[in-house]
Design a protein around this ligand. Structure first.
Ligand code: PMP
Length: 454
């Protein structure tokens, strides 16, 4: 089929996620046809370096035959069976064991879901159920953060702190509160990063006191906010949050959907920051995105209560622990271990990206360049003032579109440009990524200057 035919059919029948349907209909979609390594190809013959690993998920890169074979073999053997009705199957059991071996020592159980959003729905059910079983059924409030992303289901969007989603979501799930995010560049530049990190932790404590500890079930956060703009908290933030949480009996949920499986150079972001979560929602990199699967790693404290005192937990999905998805995830974890992917991010390509990415801080359009492991961001600013551009200029969107035209997928969140490349990226490919980003920044600067003169 030709590009134009695909575009027409897409326009006529397909509603895309997180998309202005009308604007896309006018512009037409890019038809991505195939991919290998860290490159995607479109139907018009462009080869594009995918510095977003799909949607933060294709950690082993495209075209891994071992994953294809794992899926094929499992689909032949047992394409589907559920884990309801006292049944299970080998891939689900093996994956559960492998995950718990990689997880922090106090996490020995996993509940499977089909996605990260379903994982966070499960989290909400579990924390409230846990406290009810502990005889503290008033403990229902969950504290999350502004500009957090925890998914697109109603519970996911309610836990998330994305203002545009809340504006469209209708009434959200009750008893979820939000506190300020540790986004120093966006909200804290009048003070030092460390002082700002402590202020954000103090805001959490103030919220706990306002709601009453006896009413608060859990605090949920991403180690590094992904969709919010690759927001790496100040060094002081997590230690200060840990201190706050230690003063109160409140569960910690660390959303590892992006940071899990090596993104920050450890198996989990929690390990990087020395956190001991009670629950960890996971997805994306669990299967390198080859098939959809998510889950919640459950700490012993919660698992014991749910198992010993809970009776039936009325919750689960048709595709909880789907055999083919589980087989692919298991193979993905095996490959990551065999190839030392996590160590490579921590000791080699992560530090190399940090060094190369930092050179972009010298670009006139860049107010800050930050990275940790293989996640990074650039803050676009007006070279004349060092401050943000007027929102109406759409500098981030312009830069993202120019990146695409230069053969680079770099995403924009407002005027923050973000990357999260496959963990298998090489040093030479990092050089190429940074070169393409610099070219796109140059072109963006030229076009913005022309806009301002006009
Ligand atoms: N949590 C985080 C931190 C995420 O980044 C995402 C997806 N971007 C989700 C949850 C939701 O995952 P899914 O899209 O698989 O439902």
């Amino acid at each position: 089929m030709q590009t134009q035919t695909y575009r027409q059919l897409d326009r006529d029948h397909h509603l895309h996620p997180f998309t202005d349907f009308k604007a896309l209909a006018e512009e037409g979609s890019r038809i991505v046809t195939h991919a290998e390594g860290i490159y995607i190809h479109d139907s018009e013959g462009h080869r594009i370096l995918d510095a977003m690993a799909g949607l933060w998920c294709v950690n082993l890169g495209y075209g891994r035959e071992e994953l294809v074979e794992a899926a094929t073999a499992q689909l032949r053997e047992l394409p589907y069976y559920n884990n309801f009705f006292k049944s299970t199957h080998p891939p689900a059991v093996k994956l559960a064991e492998a995950l718990c071996r990689l997880a922090p020592p106090h996490m020995n159980r996993v509940f499977f879901t089909g996605s990260g959003s379903e994982a966070n729905d499960t989290v909400l059910r579990m924390v409230r159920r846990y406290w009810a079983l502990e005889g503290k059924s008033d403990k229902q409030w969950v504290i999350a953060r502004d500009n957090a992303y925890h998914g697109s289901t109603v519970a996911g969007l309610s836990l998330g702190g994305m203002a545009p989603m809340h504006a469209q979501g209708g009434p959200t799930v009750p008893k979820i509160a939000h506190v300020r995010q540790p986004y120093w560049f966006g909200e804290g530049r009048d003070t030092s990063p460390d002082a700002f990190g402590r202020e954000c932790a103090a805001a959490l404590e103030a919220k706990i006191l306002e709601l009453g500890e006896e009413n608060v079930a859990a605090f949920i956060a991403e180690p590094v906010q992904g969709a919010g703009g690759a927001i790496i908290p100040p060094q002081s933030y997590w230690p200060a949050v840990k201190e706050v949480l230690a003063r109160y009996d409140i569960l910690l949920v660390v959303d590892e959907v992006i940071c899990g499986f090596g993104r920050l150079g450890e198996w989990f972001g929690s390990v990087h920051y020395g956190l001991e979560p009670d629950l960890m929602p996971i997805a994306k990199g669990l299967s390198s995105g080859y098939l959809p699967i998510g889950g919640v790693l459950v700490g012993d404290r919660i698992a014991e209560t749910l198992i010993e005192r809970g009776g039936e937990f009325f919750h689960g999905f048709t595709y909880s622990g789907h055999p083919a998805c589980a087989a692919v995830a298991l193979k993905n974890l095996e490959l990551m271990q065999a190839e030392g992917i996590v160590e490579r991010v921590r000791d080699d390509v992560g530090p190399y990206l940090a060094e190369r990415w930092a050179t972009l801080a010298g670009h006139p359009l860049v107010g800050e360049a930050r990275s940790l492991g293989l996640i990074g961001a650039l803050e676009l600013v007006d070279p004349a003032t060092g401050e943000r551009f007027a929102k109406s200029l759409g500098a981030g969107t312009l830069c993202r579109d120019i990146c695409f035209d230069h053969g680079l997928v770099m995403r924009s969140v407002g005027d923050t440009m973000i990357i999260s490349p496959p963990l298998v990226i090489t040093r030479a490919e990092i050089d190429e990524l940074v070169r393409l980003a610099r070219e796109a920044l140059d072109e963006t600067a030229r076009r913005l200057a022309a806009c301002e003169q006009a």
